[in-house]
Ligand binder design. Structure first.
Ligand code: G4P
Length: 528
């Protein structure tokens, strides 16, 4: 098969997500990656302004107030000869579903660990998500300018808890006030860390007479001893094993002090995979959609409403899987919706712009008014369907009520459009006019209330409701489904897509219903 002229473009793409426990330094690292690539003029500038923390990847007020990142976003920048697409994921576990979906759009991940903490429970949960998808992972051990745990101990912990081969590509000399830098193992060079300055120095050969300025004799001996001890404890680096998701190369640094950030970026460009063929269905046949194939295709992995509060726009973040996308192109969903993409957006560190062309691996934002939903596939033929993205059953149900009873209709509309983003769910009981919000955790409820206040100027109260579990129900026999609904009218509801949901007071009640109605399936996830 002859290569199409644009095929090499996809090979230049590196699309990755950063996963970490909150506070491990993901935001700081993001900012300094952008800075190292020249995409931000002054790292820390945005953050330093005003009291609240704000970085380019934080869009929402609540994120700034709490200093957490709750919405995934994308940022595109150029580095060396690559176009890098960085997908930001929320670190908070209440948003792990969002993270899961974002990872479906990433070709690799960077796992950020706090050097004093190692693997925290949340990192483990997110990793499992990567493991499900066999995503290659680079590990960055951050905050070496603070007292860290023993490097050997952390590496063993990663290997044990994550069942991954671990290969240190660097070895740190000390930590905290004694941190001198890292030895680059393969190059046999030393990258010095200078406490007083943020400027990153070039690395030195281990026999360079200047080395002693940065690595005093005592520290050098300690480093040599540690390396000797580590020698033989770890597997040899194998790129194939990394690409298969079985091995993680480990780098060290201090995102805050910009140390080790460029090395991480270089590793991403050198090691991380470009877009691969994506499994899809084309008119019911299984196909592998190659990034370089002629047909333009992609899927929506995130929808965000009200990014610009002045316009009630909704952006469908679409990961392209193949072809050469051109502005103005007509794309179709498998549900038969057809749209001309006249204003495709690309997101850069400090601005958004119009994408005239884009390739596999790129993420374009498609403004629309609720036509596109998470999980939708788009292609020129309208026949390509990428695997659906699951909706997970919420773990927390709350009744929503407007403070001003006259505003019920407005509130319903606001909740519907937020539910269409796919982060929270809205259930409308068959009987009565309640609105029940489903969320994974309390933080999502608070974020929703805050967004409704900010974006819709409405005060909402979320109150306890009698139900604690929601399950989608289905059956091949329509009559059986109808019989079940009729018997449980008070507990039946619809989600935003009109699909039937059973609201239960406890897990016991679900089991009981399942026993009584064996023809009905009760599911905790719904694929779209
Ligand atoms: P997150 O997105 O993963 O939640 O972490 P974030 O970057 O917000 O970093 C969490 C805290 O850790 C911040 O401190 C940040 O400055 C600090 N930090 C990040 N990287 C490093 C590092 O390499 N070394 C050191 N010493 N600290 C680091 P904060 O006090 O919460 O915020 P701020 O007041 O500094 O902005």
């Amino acid at each position: 098969m002859t290569e199409l002229p644009f095929a090499s473009e996809a090979g230049r793409r590196r699309t990755f997500a950063i996963i970490s426990h909150p506070d491990a330094g993901k935001t700081t690292l993001t900012e300094n990656l952008l800075f190292a690539a020249g995409a931000l003029r002054l790292a820390g500038q945005v953050r330093a302004r005003g009291q609240s923390r704000r970085t380019s990847s934080d869009w929402m007020k609540i994120e700034r107030e709490r200093g957490i990142s709750v919405s995934s976003s994308v940022m595109t920048f150029e580095y060396r000869d690559c176009t890098v697409n960085l997908l930001d994921t929320p670190g908070h576990e209440d948003f792990s579903e969002d993270t899961y979906r974002t990872l479906t759009a990433a070709d690799s991940a960077v796992m950020v660990l706090d050097a004093a903490k190692g693997i925290e429970p949340q990192t483990l949960k997110l990793f499992e998500v990567c493991r499900l998808r066999d995503i290659p992972i680079l590990t960055f051990i951050n905050k070496m300018d603070r007292e860290a745990r023993d490097p050997l101990e952390i590496l063993e912990e990663i290997a044990d808890k994550l069942a991954l081969d671990v290969v240190p590509m660097q070895w740190p000399a000390g930590s905290g006030s004694r941190f001198c830098g890292v030895q680059q193992i393969a190059k046999n060079k030393f990258l010095p860390f200078v406490k007083e300055q943020d400027e990153v120095l070039p690395s030195l050969a281990m026999d360079d007479p200047d080395l002693v300025k940065y690595l005093p004799e005592e520290e050098r001996l300690e480093l040599a001893e540690a390396l000797e001890l580590a020698d033989g404890s770890f597997a040899e680096f194998s790129k194939d094993s990394y690409l298969e998701g079985h091995l993680t190369p480990v780098y060290y640094g201090s995102a805050l002090r910009k140390f080790g950030v460029r090395e991480l970026l270089d590793a991403l460009v050198d090691l991380a995979p470009p877009p691969h063929a994506a499994s899809a269905k084309k008119s019911d046949a299984d196909v592998q959609q190659q990034p370089g194939s002629a047909e333009v295709s992609g899927f929506v992995f995130k929808v965000q409403a009200n990014m610009d509060p002045n316009h009630r726009d909704r952006i469908a973040f679409t990961r392209l899987c193949s072809g050469e996308f051109k502005r103005g192109m007509k794309l179709k969903t498998t549900f038969g919706k057809s749209m001309t993409i006249s204003q495709p957006l690309m997101f850069f560190a400090q601005e958004r712009g119009i994408a005239d062309t884009a390739y596999a691996g790129d993420v374009i934002g498609i403004p629309n008014h609720g036509v596109l939903r998470v999980g939708d596939s788009l292609s020129q033929s309208g026949k390509l369907q990428f695997p659906g993205l699951p909706n997970f059953a919420p773990e927390l149900l709350r009744r929503a009520r407007p403070k001003d009873p006259m505003k019920a209709k407005h509130l319903r509309r606001a909740l519907e459009s937020l539910a269409e983003e796919g982060v929270t769910q809205l259930f409308k009981p068959m009987i009565g006019s309640d609105m029940i919000l489903g969320a994974v955790g309390q933080l999502q409820i608070e974020v929703t209330a805050e967004r409704i206040a900010n974006e819709y100027k409405l005060d909402v109260l979320f109150e306890p409701c009698p139900y604690s579990i929601a399950r989608w129900i289905s059956a091949s026999d329509r009559a059986a489904l109808q019989a079940f609904s009729d018997r449980h009218k008070m507990q039946m509801a619809e989600d935003v897509d009109g699909d039937a949901v059973f609201l239960a007071k406890s897990a016991w009640e679900i089991n009981y219903a399942q026993e009584k109605f064996p023809d009905i399936s009760f599911t905790a996830t719904k694929e779209r």
